[in-house]
Design a protein around this ligand. Sequence first.
Ligand code: EPZ
Length: 430
Amino acid sequence: MEQYIIKGGNPLVGEVEISGAKNAALGILAAAVMTDDTVLITNLPDVRDINVMLDAMSEIGVKVERISRHEALITSSSISGVSVSYESIKKIRASYYLLGALLGKYKRAEVPLPGGCNIGSRPIDLHLKGFKALGASVTIRNGAICAEAQHLRGSHIYLDTVSVGATINIMMAAAMADGRTIIENCAREPHVVDVANFLNSMGANIKGAGTDVIRIRGVEHLHSTEYSIIPDQIEAGTFMFAAAATKGDVMVKNVIPKHLEATSAKLMEIGCEVEEFDSSVRVVSTRRLQGTNVKTLPYPGYPTDMQPQIGVALSLATGTSIVTESIFENRFKYLDELARMGGQAKVEGNTAIITGVETLTGARVSAPDLRAGAALVIAGLAAEGITIVDDIRYIQRGYECFDEKLRGLGAEIRQVDSVREAQKYAWRVS
Ligand code: EPZ
């Protein structure tokens, strides 16, 4: 079983390069099947979720050529079917983006219902509501969503909840519907904008992405394009909080500072210096962090995917902090693991009351999900002694070369595959 073993106490110092955004790439890869031409996608993050998504696409006959770790040529002219396998959806929820893409292009699609996951039930009712509004018949048969339409017609759709997935999925189906579609109460995340820009580079007509109203004029045909994925603002924010928690000085490179505004604002609020450059951000932490309150909100609010990271930092801050998770119902599990390291928090519903402690001590902990796992690594980097993080497959879903990038900043961290290997490393660094 793969684990990270960490010897805490080193301030992170130096420069780190951020990879392409996983959550933009997942939507863009799905959208690439909407043209029969070959599409070149660059700055793909080399992470498990992307590799699984590419496998899911290959399974339905999409031709995938990985021309490098970060570039792929996608050709969908010889697609063999519009049914995504159960194995694919279990490995990667976001393969449900193929529903909107295949429905838009082929007017039918079949994708198994994605289960919930470790952070909440994660329904997709809004996705299906949008497809029905566009004229598709949507049924659930044998655990799969079957969507089909003689014609997709533009519609005026209002999303009851701000949803990244529903916004992207409906936008893809509407891109090739007849006529005009207006989607209201849209998600405004940078990755929604990236998918819209990608579709427009293939000849779609989408306006307003990044605002809460997206206007789409359907087109009959989408064509080839070359497209580079935006930098991953969540990976960037994770390294920014790692610098904060270890009293470090880190230049986070290849970012879009505007996408990090809520994260940078919170880092300054808890006592860090944050300096913005054209495509990088520097975070310096010279003293103990100060407590604060934070509530997760849809973009441009403070991101839910950055909630565990700030939770760990606040566990080491002065005073008592309140963290409110307004997006998902089960995203505090990392606090139970943090308690093993000396963290003090009390969870009441969607609120965590965190009492800062001077130091955390190393312990064996388990990653409950992707972002919580990354946050526990931050805790290990800041703690005294040795921390072992189990279940790092969650972390590897969304962070490319995480341990290698951290070592580049002076962290004592290794990926080990056995307890014996972990013991050998622990002896060596102690
Ligand atoms: C995307 O998930 C991201 N995943 C998540 O990142 C991220 O946490 C989330 O957006 C919020 O920013 C990808 O992009 C692959 P939502 P998504 O639809 O689209 C409710 C990570 O760490 N909802 O914006 O599934 C839902 O239950 C992952 O990279 C409905 O009720 O999130 C939630 O409470 C974790 N009905 C809220 O909306 C629906 O049909 C926001 O979910 C859809 C969503």
